[in-house]
Structures are given as structure tokens and as C-alpha cells.
Design a binder for this molecule. Structure first.
Ligand code: 3PG
Length: 398
């Protein structure tokens, strides 16, 4: 076996919410990778040169744990003599298949957790907003809760405290502004219309992504990408005009959220290259900065007097369990976002975008069932066309 060590820096921009402009970043991974020649190849071909005609595997070290050299990896060395048994190609293939299956299982678990947390968040968020229609405060509480949870996790050592510098926070700032706008706009939307309607409109985010990239950044896309926007836009439009409880603020909130999240993706992609903060900690920092940005606006728009009066009304109507609803919407908001960032660490932006669309289907269906949302067939058709368009968009981006 010949092991050539190379240090590969993998920088990954990330995409989010149906956009692949690169929203959430994967941190830079200083990944040690080995260029490994299978043992049998090394044995049968004694020539000292590395011929590209011979089969070899480029694989992560993790697939070859038992073969990891014990000493320095920075020099070429032959250590095959340590092994009594040659490695068969079948063994290598089996090891690779096993590690691939484990990776898929892990991603599947991430996705399932992400969708489940998101469904629970959306249900409690809507329950809270129905009883307490102060979306600026509830948005702030979600961010505050997540920030507190992460501060406690860092203080107690549950999570590793990220090493950040002023540059990190500077580059995070525009991301946080866009995140704040997108978050509060979506919450305002959900305070005015059915959860399902907000998410149908939010499934149109890829259209915003392409249009902003085309007209503001001058990027071009293959024709199928543009064509996939037709069902997205058409489906969203059909769902909007046939929505029984249409409300302009609700509609515009979802549209603004889409636009803000596209900009969040662009700023993330541009600003976060070269930093190594994990997905979980990146989202924690984003929450904290967004909280600082949102709090003064929430006070200005709604304010403590309205909050206090509304709180009393909600408590008298719902009872003490209303507090638990607020806690649940805040905790689940943080958890679903955190898991989504953690999954993005493991997958490509495209896979993430497909996962996010699937998430919206889960939310739309579950919220219609739980809140008994009236849906006309033509309205459901619009939603289905929009979702299908998002899938076609993902495929055409491939
Ligand atoms: C929010 O409050 O930020 C929105 O519910 C976000 O929705 P999304 O994560 O599904 O885009």
C-alpha cells in the first residue's frame, strides 16, 4: 500500500430553502485524505512510478481506519509489510458500501428530525399566534430562547464554544439582517394566514433565487432552470388566488421572507468563506446577532404595553398551558434550525434544497390536518404544481 497524504481544504458554500445560492455555509473542513493504492495493485505492479492507468481509490481516511499509518502522515511510506493479509478489492468495496450506507442513515435521521421539529414548531407557532397575535415578540422570543440555550451549552461545555473574531461577526452581520427580516416576515405572514398558505408561497423561494441572481448579479442559468420556474410561479399564483382566507399582509410576508432568505444566502456565500465554525455554532451566532437586531424593532412596532395586555387576554382564554406553547414554539424553532444547519454540514446544498421542499410538504399536510384548514381542490392543485416545480428546479440545477 502506498499512502500519499494530502491536506485538502474543502470550502463549501451552501444553499438553503430551495435556493442554492449558498445560504448556510458548511464550515471549512481541514480534511485529511489519502490517495490509496489498493494493496494488490502495489504488490503486483512493482514499478516505482504511479501510473494513472492502474486502478486506485481516492477515499477519505475514515474508510480505511485499520490501515491508517501510526506515525506521521506527511511522508510517503510503505507499511504493507505490517499486514499479514492482502486487502481484496471486494473488501475495499464492502467497506466503502458500509460507510456509504452509514452516511445515508445518518442523513436520513437528520432529515427526519429536521422535518419533525419543523412540523412541531409550525403547529405551536400558529397556536401561539392565534391566541397572541404579536409576531414581532414571538419572533424575538424564538431567537432569545435559542441564544440562551446555546450560551448555556457553551458555558457548561455541552457544545464547544466557537472561536470567532471581529471579522467573523462583521461578515455575519448582513446574514443576520437578512435572517431577521426573513424570520419576522414569515412569522407576520403566519399570524395572518394559514400555515399551509405561508409554506406554499415559501416553496416559491427558488424563483426568487434565480431572479435575483439573474437580474441583480448577472448570473445565467441553463434553460431548464428557467423553465422550472414556470410551475413554481404558476402554482404559487394559483394557490394564492384560490386561497379561501387570502390576506395581503400574509401573502406579502411570505414573499418578503423569500426575498430576504435569498439575500441571506448570497451574503452567507460571499462572507463566510474561510471560517471554520460548525453548523450548530454558526446558527447560534446568527441567532444572537439577529436577536440584537430584532429587539429594538420589536419594541418599536409592538411594544411592552401591547404585549402585556395581549398576554393577559391569552392567559385568560387558554390558561397556564399558553406559557408552554410559547416555550415550545421558541425551543422548537431553535432546534429545527440547528438540526438543519447540522444536516447541511453533511450534505450538498442541492440535497438540502430538496430536503427543504420535502419539509414544506410535511408542514403543509400536517397543518391542514391539525388546523382543519379548508382547502379547495384547485388550491391544492396550485400547491402541488408549485412543489413539483421546486423538484424540477432542483433536478435542473443538477
Ligand atoms: C421563520 O420563522 O423563520 C420561518 O418559519 C422560516 O421558515 P423556513 O425555515 O421553513 O424557511
Amino acid at each position: 500500500m502506498i499512502s500519499l497524504k494530502s491536506s485538502v481544504t474543502t470550502a463549501t458554500a451552501a444553499a438553503f430553502n430551495g435556493s442554492d445560492l449558498g445560504f448556510r455555509r458548511k464550515p471549512l473542513l481541514q480534511t485529511q485524505r489519502s490517495l490509496c493504492l489498493p494493496a494488490h495493485a502495489a504488490r503486483t505492479e512493482r514499478k516505482p512510478t504511479l501510473s494513472m492507468l492502474k486502478p486506485f481509490h481516492l477515499s477519505s481516511v475514515s474508510s480505511f481506519q485499520p490501515l491508517k499509518p501510526k506515525k506521521s502522515l506527511t511522508k510517503c511510506e510503505a507499511y504493507e509489510a505490517d499486514r499479514s493479509e492482502p486487502i481484496e478489492p471486494k473488501e475495499v468495496a464492502a467497506a466503502e458500501a458500509k460507510s456509504e450506507a452509514a452516511k445515508k442513515l445518518k442523513i436520513g435521521l437528520y432529515f427526519a428530525t429536521w422535518w419533525a421539529l419543523n412540523v412541531v414548531f409550525n403547529i405551536y407557532n400558529k397556536k401561539v399566534l392565534n391566541a397572541y397575535p404579536y409576531p414581532w415578540l414571538t419572533s424575538t422570543l424564538s431567537l432569545a430562547c435559542g441564544s440562551l440555550m446555546m450560551l448555556i451549552s457553551w458555558a457548561t461545555g455541552i457544545a464547544e464554544t466557537p472561536k470567532t473574531d471581529i471579522e467573523f461577526w462583521k461578515t455575519l452581520f448582513p446574514v443576520a439582517v437578512a435572517h431577521t427580516i426573513g424570520h419576522v416576515a414569515a412569522t407576520v405572514s403566519m399570524s395572518k394566514v394559514a400555515v399551509s398558505f405561508t409554506h406554499i408561497i415559501k416553496s416559491g423561494e427558488p424563483a426568487f433565487s434565480v431572479l435575483v441572481s439573474r437580474f441583480l448579479l448577472g448570473e445565467t442559468f441553463p434553460v431548464p432552470v428557467y423553465l422550472s420556474l414556470l410551475p413554481i410561479i404558476g402554482g404559487c399564483a394559483l394557490a394564492a388566488v384560490t386561497e379561501l382566507n387570502f390576506n395581503m399582509i400574509g401573502f406579502m410576508g411570505a414573499m418578503i421572507s423569500n426575498l430576504a432568505f435569498v439575500f441571506r444566502n448570497i451574503f452567507s456565500k460571499r462572507g463566510m468563506k474561510g471560517k471554520s465554525v460548525s453548523g450548530m455554532n454558526y446558527y447560534a451566532c446568527l441567532s444572537m446577532l439577529s436577536l440584537l437586531i430584532l429587539t429594538p424593532f420589536a419594541i418599536a412596532v409592538e411594544g411592552p404595553q401591547m404585549w402585556a395586555a395581549g398576554w393577559q387576554t391569552a392567559m385568560s382564554q387558554i390558561g397556564p398551558q399558553f406559557i408552554w406553547w410559547v416555550v415550545a414554539q421558541s425551543v422548537f424553532y431553535h432546534l429545527y434550525n440547528q438540526v438543519s444547519y447540522m444536516s447541511l454540514d453533511q450534505i450538498s446544498p442541492l440535497t438540502f434544497s430538496i430536503g427543504n421542499t420535502m419539509k414544506r410538504i410535511s408542514v403543509i399536510v400536517s397543518s391542514i390536518i391539525i388546523f382543519h384548514t379548508p382547502v379547495q381542490p384547485v388550491n391544492a392543485l396550485g400547491a402541488a404544481i408549485a412543489i413539483l416545480g421546486t423538484f424540477l428546479y432542483s433536478q435542473s440545477k443538477q
